[in-house]
Design a protein around this ligand. Structure first.
Ligand code: UTP
Length: 474
């Protein structure tokens, strides 16, 4: 970068009332000044300050709730013989796309995992009952199994953040990529955005550094393009990207039925939906507004709508998002060719800052606005978006918290229950306690088996499960 003077920096920041960022300038070393310059110049101040102003004015995004409708979704179970036939066609189409090398995996792993309180990239968190396998290991093993099943290569793209990129790469190297070919793995880093105080001033986390943090999973699109990942997919002939979040190990990474349906409906972005358990379940809602499909966050949804029921007595807004999507590569290309005009969402957070004497302060109350792009804001821009219901017992048990709901413990329980159901379906009843819960601990490595069909194909080779015992199937 060409040298930039203090005066030029001042002139750059002044129109946006951000010149306070230079208050330690004279006391910084040359390399510290360079660091600050580099950070300041990488921010689009006009846009960012505009977002912050809007965020400070509206707590909630302006949505015309009086015109909102629930989005229609395709149920999981076929209702008629024709539906059943259609699903068989889709499944076959999906299998052929997999065999033809048209799919790749995409994991967003750039989050901070604050709620989990684990010191390290969330993907390196060990969670399984017997092997203590990590989230990354679990996904890697699944990919190996899918590659084997469909005799194909499944490239895997992993988005990290500047804060966890090095640690993530090191982890994979140390684990020898879990047996995956490193040629089929690509890591890339997402962008960042500065945090602002409640007066709209960007925060310094050190005299020479803005308080920057990852720009949300919606930062995926720009990162896929800027990193060359999108080009890499094109070179490989990949046309569909299977998207999942690093904290949901149950997800079916490559579901032929979903893939085939996505392709045959000409959808650019497809999503799985869970039927909400209760009105307050914290899932985003699939909705329609102005002839477009959108997801409205649970926290933005008026309570009245959350509780509304339809003629059948079911919740009207019952289709919730577990953040499982298929994205067509052409769609990502189209989105990133023009200027990506996503509006970031705001979150009120505690962000450490330096006071006027240059000392770091850790606030006890939220003091800052953080901006994050959300992946689902691409949905209204997609042609023919498909929403396909999923069975939560098969596909959703995220690890968000250190304990209680959505924790490693609840995830292990969900994995065990899924495994017990597989045994039951295979005609090998799983031992259960009087309250119906599984009375044995069985861990199945995804290297061996990734879903119900896979299990049923192999069950004759599987040992019986003894009450109260532990069994590892890897
Ligand atoms: P969450 O919204 O649950 O955030 O991310 P988080 O950072 O993991 O956890 P908390 O809120 O700090 O406790 C959902 C998914 O999106 C990814 C996360 O890694 C996770 O897979 N994500 C989130 C990113 O990749 N980048 C981001 O900037 C934010």
């Amino acid at each position: 970068m060409a040298a930039i003077t203090e005066k030029q920096l001042f002139e750059l920041l002044e129109p946006f009332r951000q010149t306070h960022l230079l208050r330690f300038w004279k006391s910084l070393t040359a390399s510290q000044q360079e660091n600050l310059v580099q950070q300041i110049c990488s921010v689009d101040w006009a846009k960012t300050v505009g977002w912050v102003k809007a965020a400070l004015q509206n707590e909630n995004l302006p949505i015309a709730f009086d015109q909102l409708q629930p989005a229609p979704y395709t149920p999981l179970e076929p209702a008629t013989a024709a539906d059943k036939g259609y699903q068989a066609t889709c499944r076959e189409r999906g299998q052929n796309l997999l065999k033809g090398g048209k799919l790749a995996g995409f994991t967003v792993a750039g989050g901070q995992g604050t709620r989990l309180g684990y010191d390290g990239p969330k993907g390196t968190f060990a969670f399984t009952a017997l092997r203590k396998a990590t989230l990354f290991q679990f996904f890697a093993e699944s990919i190996l199994r899918y590659q084997e099943k469909f005799s194909c290569a499944l490239p895997w793209y992993i988005m990290t953040s500047p804060a966890n990129d090095q640690a993530t790469r090191k982890f994979f190297t140390k684990q020898k990529y879990f047996g995956l070919s490193p040629d089929n793995l690509m890591f890339f880093t997402q962008g960042t955005l500065p945090a602002f105080d409640l007066e709209g001033k960007a925060i310094l986390s050190a005299p020479d550094s803005l308080a920057l943090s990852a720009n949300g999973h919606g930062g995926s699109f720009a990162a896929l393009k800027d990193s060359g990942a999108l080009e890499d997919m094109q070179r490989r002939g990949v046309s569909i990207l299977s998207y999942w979040q690093v904290d949901n190990p149950l997800v079916k990474l490559f579901d032929p039925l979903f893939i085939g349906m996505h392709d045959l409906t000409g959808s650019e972005m497809s999503s799985r939906a869970l039927i909400k358990r209760d009105p307050m379940e914290k899932l985003g809602h699939f909705c329609r507004l102005d002839k477009r499909t959108i997801i409205v966050e649970y926290s933005d949804m008026p309570e009245k709508l959350l509780y509304e029921t339809d003629a059948s007595g079911m919740l009207r807004y019952r289709a919730g998002s577990p953040a499982i999507h298929l994205l067509s590569c052409e769609f990502i290309q189209r989105l990133t060719n023009g200027s990506l005009d996503f509006q970031p969402h705001r979150a009120l957070k505690k962000v450490p800052f330096v006071d006027d004497s240059g000392l770091e302060q850790n606030p006890s109350q939220p003091n800052a606005i953080k901006l994050e792009f959300f992946l689902f804001d691409a949905l209204p821009l997609a042609k023919n978006p498909l929403i396909f219901a999923a069975d939560r017992r098969e596909q959703f048990a995220p690890i968000k918290n250190a304990s209680g709901a959505d924790s490693a413990e609840s995830c292990r329980a969900a994995l065990l229950e899924r495994c017990a159901n597989w045994f039951d379906q295979a005609g090998k009843p799983f031992p259960r306690k009087s309250d119906g819960s599984p009375d044995a601990i069985v861990e199945i490595s995804p290297r061996r088996c990734v879903d119900t069909e896979d299990f049923l194909e192999q069950h004759t080779f599987l040992p019986a499960v003894s009450r109260g015992k532990s069994l590892l199937l890897d």
